[in-house]
Design a protein around this ligand. Structure first.
Ligand SMILES: C[S@@+](CC[C@H](N)C(=O)[O-])C[C@H]1O[C@@H](n2cnc3c(N)ncnc32)[C@H](O)[C@@H]1O
Length: 446
């Protein structure tokens, strides 16, 4: 592909993303699903071109909040063409002396596979943007920090003066964390095997099972992965499974199990003994769980699809030693991995999710036996979904008491420093280098 044809393809991809992910009436599909459909329908785009097109389009998605501000400042609407043009021109910075602007203008050449030539308004826009810094001193805080305006009060409440540091960490590239599957190997043996396959890992700082690669790498083709020795799982997520303290012989419900990420980790702490029921309302997610459970050699887990009017939970009231609620949430803690999510998530989602979490907690908590534990977790950074949700639950159900993190951590990981202070596990990319996670452990007294 010529450079112009790559730009034209990036513009088409951005138009597809706008229509399916970001527009007010969009279905809000994840951007990577849209991109993979886009390339599947254009098999003539080879590997190198595909990478170049993706890089340009994802560059726009990553900087979208700032690009929108720049375009609004000069009175232009954020069309896919202008977004690509602005991204190219602004990314060049002030020392470029207009060279990138000229190259960008030349690339919009109206050639057969290239984008149509710039019109007069677009040329004026390029001229106004050239030489300006992408992060402009005149920007409001939210655009400077690359955060949607609606999360600013909630992020400020959570992070206070550390907000800029956390916002920067949410923009940085995430490492790739793996979990050694203790049903099949040890962390050391998994690391040795991966090293033999050309992947040098470091042990994660807090999880005793974690191995870290500095950036995203294709691991699913490795023998270690295919043989079920490792799973891809953020360290924060591993810590939630650790704090659940599921032991051999216990009855455990993973109430929002999805594709069984935490079921797999808990099956390992249980040494495959006892029983885990992985529940979810999504059939495709539970379907995905089956293959992972087989690969990992888990044979103490069953799956249950929750359907409207389900009596499964009622019939099993008070019968589980551990109930994990890994609740649906805004996913604000995962924004460094999913840069499109900060554009797709809307303020009304938060209110809706807080209500859903409340409902799920009411149902799932009934499953816990007296003396058993309810473990509530999210991958959100927002107090409303985390600390405040817990305060509300505890005020409503006096049978439950928090199990403070420090004591729990000391019992599970003697001598190891706890990842954070306070009664709950509250992780963030800026503080612990994990995705943002929250985990509360509550014990049922009676
Ligand atoms: C954060 S994800 C779970 C991730 C999973 N535990 C893991 O570690 O891979 C939340 C899950 O909750 C499920 N869910 C949504 N509403 C639910 C409900 N009312 N009851 C149970 N699960 C629900 C979603 O389908 C989704 O799979």
């Amino acid at each position: 592909m010529t450079p112009s044809a790559r730009i034209a393809a990036a513009i088409d991809l951005l138009a597809a993303l706008e229509e399916q992910c970001f527009a007010p009436n969009a279905r809000r599909r994840p951007a990577d699903a849209v991109a993979s459909d886009f390339f599947r329908a254009r098999r003539f785009i080879g590997g190198g071109d595909r990478r170049a097109v993706s890089e340009l389009a994802w560059g726009v998605v990553r900087q979208r909040l700032r690009l929108d501000w720049h375009l609004a400042r000069i009175g232009m609407a954020p069309t896919p063409r202008l977004l690509v043009l602005a991204q190219m021109v602004l990314a060049a910075g002030a020392d470029d002396h207009g060279r990138t602007r000229q190259a960008a203008e030349a690339a919009f050449d109206g050639s057969r596979y290239g984008p149509a030539a710039l019109d007069a308004g677009e040329r004026r826009a390029a001229a106004s943007l050239a030489g300006r810094p992408l992060i402009d001193a005149a920007m409001p805080d939210h655009a400077r920090l690359n955060l949607p305006e609606w999360v600013m009060p909630a992020f400020a409440a959570r992070f206070g003066a550390r907000l800029p540091q956390e916002a920067a960490a949410l923009e940085a590239e995430a490492p790739l964390d793996l979990r050694a599957n203790l049903l099949r190997t040890t962390r050391e043996a998994a690391a040795t095997m991966l090293a033999g396959e050309g992947l040098a890992t470091e042990p994660t700082p807090f999880s005793p099972w974690g191995l870290r690669l500095p950036s995203r790498r294709p691991v699913t083709g490795t023998k270690a992965y295919k043989d079920g020795l490792i799973e891809v799982q953020d360290e924060g997520s591993q810590l939630i499974a650790l704090l659940a303290d599921a032991r051999p012989g216990m009855r455990v419900a993973d109430y929002c199990a999805g594709a069984a990420g935490k079921t797999l980790a808990m099956a390992a702490t249980m040494g495959n003994r006892g029983r885990i029921t992985a529940c979810d309302t999504s059939a495709p997610r539970l379907e995905g769980a089956a293959k992972r459970l087989r690969r990992a050699g888990v044979d103490n887990a069953e799956r249950h699809l929750l359907v409207p009017g389900d009596r499964w939970a009622k019939r099993r009231a008070g019968s589980f030693d551990r109930v994990l609620v890994d609740a649906p949430c805004t996913g604000t803690g995962t924004w460094r991995r999913n840069p499109d999510a900060r554009l797709r998530t809307r303020p009304e989602d938060l209110a809706e999710l807080v209500a859903v979490q409340h409902e799920i907690l009411a149902t799932a908590s009934e499953l816990v036996r007296p003396g058993g534990r309810l473990v509530y977790a999210t991958c959100s950074l927002l107090l409303q979904e985390n600390e405040e949700q817990m305060e509300r639950f505890l005020a409503r159900d006096p049978r439950f008491r928090p199990v403070p993190l420090d004591g729990l951590w000391a019992a599970l990981m003697p001598g190891a420093a706890a990842p954070c202070a306070g009664p709950w596990l509250a992780l963030s990319p800026g503080a612990q280098g994990t995705d943002g996670f929250f985990c509360a452990v509550l014990e049922r007294a009676t």
